[in-house]
Design a protein around this ligand. Structure first.
Ligand code: ACM
Length: 773
């Protein structure tokens, strides 16, 4: 191998590294090892060191944390590579893996480490426990460069590494859908293996209160459970929910701490409080007891602002602080529409007494009061960027910017620390791709490359202001992610991309280089049964439908999001392999044809599962609702599972809760005489707050509304009107059929549901044009 000239572990090397800018030194034609995130400094050298079952792991420092790190490394390598290393009982330091906490270790930055591989062995040194752990993770990745099992030759190299940002986070929403302790721990494990260090745990919301509070047992007796829409039918459970006992939380906190992940709990206030108010109506504004919400979106229930409510919140915070040692406590602050405060004489009287003139300022006062309580207990308040509203924010409060990056800029200019987690860039509830089989989530697409391309420090901040950017965080909201399979699909591999831009020096960020290092990481995740999405590599099989309908021939174009790897395809229905024809340029087929395609990494491993497209007249005239664009006027779009709490990943339906109107693209209509629709009735479990007025309501001529088909445009001639069945009877999925008047040439269709907007939401499963009804 053509590596850089050999440099032994000597002062000259350290000097050389000290003089290097933060970058990867490597020979021109030698790729760095498949490390994610890429280390700050990496120098490849001649030769290597083979690690096999005889290689001892030696603890050169005899503290508990070093032992814990060694145990973690040994267990992980055994689990994923079947390579069973053992802790040495002697102090042999050559031909060994040596782990050493050392106050004089070469990397001085917090969480930093040095890792040296020479033909004589491997040594990791760090000044702090986290650094040693991160070094062990890097070694784990060096020991698993591929999906093989057993002994491995590690290239000789020298790494000096430390994080770019101190806050490298992931927010998990366990309120909208609940994950088991084992599932949360599995996620923490993956975070640790990516050198992420903050799990922001969203534990309370309108749809569920998930943390046991001993003083207030109703919070989990009532607040942790909701009755799903259509409970007990169509895959919906009778009751949905769950909560973490204090013992479980302690265990998860300890599990995370052993992996150098801090858990920052979030209790959302003053809004997103419906589950709390459902449990203890006296902490609400109206005195009424709502149900725990089944509606996602913005619910109106707020906390009260009287003294008793603050006593309640303080007591809850006491138990939370006892469970979570984190310096930061997240208090939410987002999306608190103020209708209840505005309508309440008691709240208005309190505002008057306090001399507060707006409800936004009252929210500032509320958050400020909570901030003081946290401060008295040695903790720091962090909240979503709405906490900037009002002028009572404690000076040392930290702002998590989610409504774009403006909140972060404003906060940093005011001298607050900020964490960048803007929507949609780092919102992992947005789908990763838009192929028909993508799971549920929000649109638009936030691709792997979009995440990798996110820049945490806005250009407008000068160097001093930029120091307020603590780091970045992705958020996985789970309204549309009912199971861990959904969560993992949403999180991976985008979390790998986030980890690299949060850890590695900005100057080393390199999208093609990241892609080249990703297949090995995907193999590690496969070995740990992480159900990552293949959306970045899934092959989109395109052909001009109208040319194919007119000529019986199609020119097929294959592509994926990244252009990385190679696409191979078959035309005989068989599963594509790297030995199948490689796609280099569009190719022609005669109808009927079945194209199957998948993408592969250079080592032959599959980057995506095969995708299939049938090209015949029937298939060309039939499209899933997920492929039909929104009508003009509203680009809001969700992909939802059939029922909100059902566990299936497919099918999914595209819905626009503001306007149930979609466009069938221009299609050669010659010979088309009928339309056939697989329709579905979905619960309309969305709270749109002040945006409710934007929901489009249409006149209907039959009791439950119709699906109306217009020619070409939504104001075009009505070609068909298909009455909807009684929603109280009959199956949720049903078929609608109608004749269409003869047309020739290319025409689009506008498909509009006119069902009353107070009732269920309708979606299109599939729309097919046919020769006859
Ligand atoms: C948020 O997405 N409501 C913080």
């Amino acid at each position: 191998m053509n590596r850089l000239a050999s440099l032994s572990r000597c002062a000259c090397l350290l000097l050389a590294l000290a003089l290097l800018p933060a970058h990867v030194a490597r020979a021109r034609d030698t790729a760095p090892p498949s490390l994610i995130p890429l280390p700050a400094q990496l120098t490849l050298q001649h030769g290597g060191f083979t690690v096999d079952v005889h290689t001892p792991v030696v603890l050169a420092s005899h503290d508990a944390a070093t032992k814990q790190t060694a145990d973690y490394l040994i267990d992980l390598v055994a689990r994923t590579r079947g390579l069973h290393l053992r802790l040495a009982d002697d102090d042999k330091t050559t031909h060994a893996i040596v782990l050493q906490r050392d106050p004089l270790a070469p990397v001085a930055q917090a969480e930093g480490y040095a890792l040296d591989v020479t033909p004589e062995g491997i040594r990791i040194t760090a000044r702090d426990d986290a650094g040693l752990f991160h070094g062990a993770i890097t070694l784990y990745q060096l020991l698993t460069p591929d999906a093989k099992q057993g002994a491995v030759e590690v290239p000789a190299l020298s790494i000096r590494d430390w994080p770019r940002f101190a806050w490298r986070g992931l927010m998990l929403d366990s309120a909208r859908h609940f994950q088991s302790v084992a599932e949360v721990e599995k996620l923490i494990d993956q975070m640790a293996q990516l050198k992420l260090d903050v799990l922001h745990w969203h534990l309370t919301d309108d749809q569920g209160w998930r943390i046991e509070i001993k003083r207030y047992p109703e919070l989990t007796k009532i607040g942790a459970w909701r009755t799903p829409p259509d409970a007990g039918h169509d895959g919906e459970p009778q009751r949905y929910g769950g909560f973490y006992t204090q013992a479980q939380i302690r265990a998860v906190v300890a599990y995370a701490a052993a992996r150098h992940v801090t858990i920052v709990p979030e209790l959302d206030m003053p809004g997103h409080a419906q589950a709390a108010v459902a449990s203890y109506p006296q902490v609400g504004v109206t005195g009424q007891r709502p149900k725990v919400s089944i509606d996602s979106g913005v619910n109106p229930w707020l906390y009260n602002v009287d003294d008793d409510t603050f006593v309640f919140i303080d007591h809850v915070l006491d138990e939370v602080m006892a469970l979570f040692p984190s310096k930061y406590i997240h208090v939410g602050g987002d999306e608190a529409i103020k209708d209840q405060w505005q309508a309440s004489p008691a709240v208005q009287a309190k505002m008057h007494a306090l001399g507060i003139t707006s409800e936004d300022a009252l929210q500032g006062w509320f958050i400020g009061r909570i901030g003081q309580y946290l401060d008295q207990h040695g903790r720091k308040l962090i909240g979503w960027d709405e906490i900037l509203e009002g002028d009572n924010l404690p000076a040392d409060a930290t702002v998590m910017s989610w409504r774009g990056i403006d909140g972060a800029i404003k906060a940093a200019l005011l001298g607050h620390d900020v964490v960048m987690s803007p929507a949609p860039d780092l919102y992992f509830d947005h789908v990763q791709g838009d192929l028909a089989d993508e799971y549920s989530g929000r649109l638009g697409v936030e691709s792997l490359q979009d995440v990798y391309g996110f820049r945490a420090v806005p250009d407008v901040l000068n160097a001093t202001q930029a120091k307020h950017v603590l780091g970045m965080q992705a958020n996985v909201w789970t309204e549309h992610l009912p199971t861990m399979a959904h969560v993992e699909h949403a999180v991976f591999p985008r979390l790998d991309a986030l980890a690299e831009v949060a850890w590695s020096p900005a100057a080393t960020n390199d999208w093609p280089g990241f892609l080249a290092r990703l297949p090995a990481q995907l193999a590690r995740q496969r070995a740990q049964h992480v159900a990552y999405a293949d959306s970045a590599f899934a092959v989109d099989i395109q052909a001009d439908r109208n040319v194919a309908l007119a000529t019986g021939k199609a020119t097929v174009t294959l592509s994926d999001q990244t252009g990385f790897g190679s696409i191979h395809y078959t035309l005989d229905g068989s599963t594509p392999t790297p030995a199948s024809p490689r796609y280099d340029a569009p190719f022609n087929v005669s109808l009927p044809a079945t194209v199957r395609a998948a993408s592969f990494a250079a080592d032959g491993s599959a980057l995506s599962a095969p995708r299939e497209r049938v090209l015949d007249r029937a298939a060309l005239l039939s499209l899933p609702g997920t492929a039909l664009a929104n009508c003009p006027g509203s680009d809001f779009r969700l992909r939802v599972q059939p029922m909100p709490d059902a566990t299936s990943t497919q099918p999914v339906y595209a819905v626009n809760v503001f306007d149930t109107c979609q466009l069938f693209p221009p299609t050669l209509m010659d010979g088309v005489a009928a339309i056939h629709v697989d329709a579905v009735r979905l619960p309309r479990n969305f709270q749109l707050a002040h945006e409710q007025k934007l929901v489009v309501s249409r006149p209907h001529g039959t009791p439950f509304g119709e699906l109306v088909v217009h020619a070409d445009r939504c104001d075009g001639a009505v070609l068909a009107s298909m009455p909807l069945p009684d929603p109280a009877r009959g199956p949720r999925r049903f078929k609608l059929d109608a004749k269409l008047p003869a047309q020739s040439g290319e025409h689009g269709l506008c498909l509009v549901y006119t069902a009353p907007i107070a009732g269920p939401l309708y979606a299109l499963g599939r729309v097919s044009l046919e020769a006859g009804p």
